[in-house]
Ligand binder design. Structure first.
Ligand code: ATP
Ligand code: MG
Length: 388
């Protein structure tokens, strides 16, 4: 029996004239996701996206699992394909539903006929197929309001489809439909979650990681790459950049008051990120900051960081508790990698008593000791494209 997957788009339906562009993007993202799993035809028709295996070798369970991680899909439905012939539809329905019907007590049939050449109209299909199913499963009763199962039949252009199990999709918007953003990606728990959340709103994610060799080692970098790979499951391919941060950190340590080290470091991170964001056509920066989580994430400290950014800084975790963030990290499978104990550049020079209420005037004054343009000019950035 031939089975396909129907994808129902969510908020995309709201996008009026842009809708087609959103759906095209979703088709592209779905195709890319399915490519390693076999040969599939993917096409859209009447606000549904169809995923059809081209041959028997494609594993539909695997495909469903992969598609459940594609943003922009609210619901996935498996369906069996029948000829546009009532006898075939009946036979296939009985066979296809054999697994689930024994555990149901009430049902109804809903039919949609978009191919008006089909000789029966929708009420007729419902009535007749209802009769066929009652005969095949005599324990069932028809119930119009709130039945245990609604059997959907669609008579479409290419074939008839009988819907089976419905599964939840990842929701959100297709990655790439909201533009592109640069994620400041540490090896910690928070920033991968922040990247995931913004990808869910349709942003294509590029990532920037700061390394400070020899204070940070190769294993810390490999950990960041592993996290980026995990993010690719949801974000698609990711351009991962690494900036050498050693000299900048050493200079801040040498020349600025210790209590302002972290906030000045964050401002320097922003200054490195800004031209890269421009070059990469990223319209925003994303960080994993959460209000009051640590000294550099108080309101005054965040204001000092934002002060040097001239594009929006998105902080999707700002109002979340650590436990809530961890729950998402576990769901997206980044948690176990994030907690591996390798040094991050942020922890290398952490001041003993960081100032929680810095002012912009105070940090600007302290930064006068640094030759910022020269430091930025010497900061080297490398690039790798990460994909699954
Ligand atoms: P995380 O778990 O994401 O590391 P955190 O709670 O440990 O967050 P900080 O280490 O103070 O907080 O970092 C705050 C944010 O700054 C991070 O979420 C991340 O966006 C950015 N950041 C920190 N360290 C780095 C780094 N080495 N490279 C790139 N961005 C970083
Ligand atoms: Mg950190």
């Amino acid at each position: 029996m031939k089975e396909i997957i129907l994808l129902k788009c969510g908020e995309i339906a709201l996008k009026g004239l842009n809708r087609s562009g959103f759906e095209d993007r979703l088709v592209k993202n779905a195709k890319r996701k399915l490519a390693p799993l076999g040969d599939f035809n993917v096409w859209k028709a009447q606000s549904t996206i169809y995923v059809e295996p081209k041959d028997e070798t494609a594993d539909l369970d695997e495909a469903v699992d992969a598609l459940q991680k594609v943003f922009g899909i609210v619901r996935l439905t498996r369906a069996c394909v029948a000829e546009k012939d009532f006898a075939d539809i009946s036979a296939r329905s009985v066979e296809y539903l054999a697994k689930i019907m024994p555990e149901k007590r009430t049902f109804k049939v809903e039919a949609k006929r978009s191919d008006k050449r089909f000789p029966m109209d929708s009420p007729q299909i419902c009535r007749e197929l209802g009769g066929v199913l009652l005969e095949a499963y005599p324990h069932l009763k028809v119930k119009v309001d709130d039945p245990d199962i609604t059997v959907n039949v669609e008579i479409r252009e290419r074939a008839a489809y009988i819907h089976g199990e419905q599964l939840p999709g990842a929701g959100g918007m297709p990655v790439g439909t909201s533009g592109r953003a640069l994620l400041m990606l540490s090896g910690g728990i928070d920033s991968p979650v922040a990247g995931y959340m913004m990808a869910k709103r349709g942003l294509d994610i590029a990532a920037l990681h700061f390394q400070s060799p020899p204070y940070t080692g190769e294993r810390a970098w490999l950990k960041v790459k592993a996290l980026t790979e995990k993010l690719c499951v949801y974000c698609g391919r990711i351009d991962l950049f690494s900036a050498g941060f050693t000299e900048i950190q050493e200079e801040i340590k040498r020349r600025c008051p210790e209590e302002l080290f972290t906030v000045i470091m964050r401002r320097m991170m922003m200054r490195v990120a800004m031209p890269l964001a421009e070059k990469e056509e990223c319209g925003a920066i994303v960080t994993g900051e959460s209000l009051a989580q640590v000294a550099s994430q108080t309101l005054p400290a965040i204001a000092c960081t934002d002060d040097v950014s001239d594009i929006p800084v998105f902080r999707p975790l700002i109002g979340m508790d650590k436990q809530e963030i961890i729950a998402i990290a576990q769901k997206i499978d980044t948690f176990d990698t994030s907690v591996l104990p390798y040094e991050d550049c942020c922890t290398v020079f952490t001041p003993r008593h960081p100032r929680t209420h810095p002012t912009i005037a105070m940090v600007e004054d302290a930064e006068r000791a640094l030759d910022i343009p020269a430091l930025l000019a010497r900061c080297e950035i490398t690039h790798e494209r990460i994909k699954l």
